[in-house]
Design a protein around this ligand. Structure first.
Ligand SMILES: Cc1cc2nc3c(=O)[nH]c(=O)nc-3n(C[C@H](O)[C@H](O)[C@H](O)COP(=O)(O)OP(=O)(O)OC[C@H]3O[C@@H](n4cnc5c(N)ncnc54)[C@H](O)[C@@H]3O)c2cc1C
Length: 459
């Protein structure tokens, strides 16, 4: 008998699951219906800042597979602009609202794939009905922001609220569009995904780009004129603005799941097992920003919303739904970003994570260059390593540097994934030629420094 899979959420995790399930089970065996409340499927939210800046010229370049492709090639019944409002596990039904035409539908499922992503953090002041205030969570959000940038009167002064990597990427995008940009961050430093000493380098780069970085102050409200934002109020007075971008972070979008009685873990995200199955309920799967994962270094459940995980987890869920066998082995939090040409990479634990997980450790910072010092284009590169005491096991790494810095984090991620010690790392056979690295690669220099620090600490 034909089974019915309902997918809630038509982006990375949901559509990766749908396509993998379809590859293994034909339409006569498995009917697939996707509910997506937006206008797009399988889009790259990660690309939004680059579309806003104009580096990526066309919106549709961010769409990997459109609904027509899913319908025709994958036989997936994609229902756009349909928001699922309830899950009835007893009747095995979902309730969805048609956002354009109104009205509700109830649809039966045998298998449910929950892939609702993350919801942006929105303080009360951001909920006011004022024109010119935008999130950048979905492609629809990005499109609304682009329209505002192109409309008459054109905004000239932007305030980006929140200095996470999305806020930083948006600040750069708006500078590139010719706006005056102020980035407001409540903490003492933006870029909290790296330790403050490394974040300082990124902050300097932002200031160098012309972004006014205001730290240690909080936005308390908005001022408006004729329905359009005219300033943000902060704990240190108003900042004029014709455009406000919210980058205050996200939380797992688990409201529907919670209301249906699905298990929420300590990170606030949905619990899943290694096969991306929601434990305790038959035939319910989940993946992406809404679920929690095992952190392979701390051993703790974490919710780290990254596209790289959403795609992998969705694929694992889809293979299993399709009758195959696949597992998701956990995460180590590897991420990269850039501020203009300054690149930032990180993997594993920051110092504060290592403290929270109860590790004793040393941390070192090594200054080097991306290429041989004499080679044209040689620029500074800073590598930070955190190593467990006394074992020497690598716990975390961060890199900040100009060109070719960020993707060097991948070598460190592989070392971390395989539980290498910094002692082992000093002898890693990394590639060398003057255009690519100094003869002692920055990673090797940092590893040697960490070994010295461990010895000095008495191990
Ligand atoms: C600006 C920006 C830049 C980013 N850059 C990077 C990066 O460089 N690298 C990286 O790894 N990650 C990046 N990310 C994160 C990455 O985009 C997400 O981790 C990824 O999109 C998560 O995929 P997902 O399918 O879990 O959730 P989402 O992409 O959020 O998709 C969930 C979908 O579900 C829909 N939905 C939610 N609730 C319902 C409902 N009740 N009914 C119907 N539909 C619903 C939403 O409309 C949405 O389309 C970035 C994110 C943003 C916003």
């Amino acid at each position: 008998m034909t089974q019915r899979l309902i997918v809630i959420g038509g982006d990375a995790a949901g559509m990766a699951a749908a396509s993998q399930a379809r590859r293994r089970r034909g339409p006569d065996d498995l009917e697939i219906v996707t509910f997506e409340r937006g206008h797009f499927t399988s889009y790259s939210a990660c690309g939004i800042p680059y579309w806003i800046s104009g580096v990526v010229p066309e919106r549709d370049q961010l769409v990997a597979r459109d609904p027509a492709t899913f319908r025709e090639k994958f036989h997936v019944d994609v229902r756009l602009r349909h928001e699922v409002t309830a899950i009835d596990l007893g009747r095995r039904e979902v309730v969805a609202r048609d956002l354009d035409r109104g009205g509700e539908v109830r649809e039966r499922f045998d298998i449910l794939m929950y892939a609702t992503g993350a919801a942006p953090v929105q303080p009360d002041w951001a909920l006011a009905d004022v024109g010119g205030v935008f999130g950048v969570q979905t492609l629809d959000d990005g499109a609304a922001l682009r329209d505002w940038l192109d409309a008459d009167p054109q905004p000239r002064r932007a305030v980006v609220v929140g200095g996470g990597y999305i806020g930083v990427e948006m600040a750069e995008a708006l500078i590139r569009r010719g706006l005056t940009v102020t980035l407001v961050e409540q903490a003492e430093q933006p870029m909290s995904t790296v330790d403050p000493d490394m974040a300082e380098l990124a902050t300097d780069a932002m200031r160098g780009l012309g972004v006014q970085v205001r730290t240690g102050l909080r936005v308390t409200g908005l001022a408006e004129r004729d329905g359009r934002v005219s300033a943000v109020h902060t704990t240190e007075g108003p900042i004029p603005a014709d455009l406000v971008v919210l980058g205050l972070g996200v939380r797992p979008n688990v409201e529907l799941a919670e209301a249906a009685g699905l298990p929420i873990g300590p990170s606030g995200a949905l619990r899943v097992d290694r096969r991306m199955r929601v434990p305790g309920v038959d035939g319910v799967w989940a993946a992406g920003d809404c679920v929690e994962s095992l952190h392979r270094v701390s051993g703790m459940p974490v919710n780290i919303p990254l596209g790289t995980y959403a795609n992998k987890q969705g694929r694992v869920a889809g293979i299993n739904i399709g009758g195959g066998y696949a597992t998701f082995p956990g995460v180590i939090g590897t991420a990269v970003t850039k501020v203009c040409d300054l690149e930032v990479g990180r993997t594993g634990l920051r110092e504060r994570d290592a403290v929270a997980a109860g590790f004793e450790f040393v941390s070192v910072i090594a200054e080097s260059t991306n290429r041989a010092g004499y080679f044209p284009g040689s620029r500074p590169m800073t590598v930070k390593l955190i190593a467990e005491k006394p074992s020497g096991r690598l716990l975390g790494a961060q890199i900040v540097g100009w060109s070719e810095a960020a993707k060097r984090i991948d070598a460190l991620a592989v070392a971390l994934w395989n539980k290498m010690t910094v002692d082992d790392m000093t002898a890693l056979d990394l590639g060398y030629a003057p255009p690519f690295a100094p003869v002692w690669d920055p990673i090797l220099i940092a590893a040697r420094k960490a070994v010295d620090a461990l010895a000095a600490s008495g191990r």
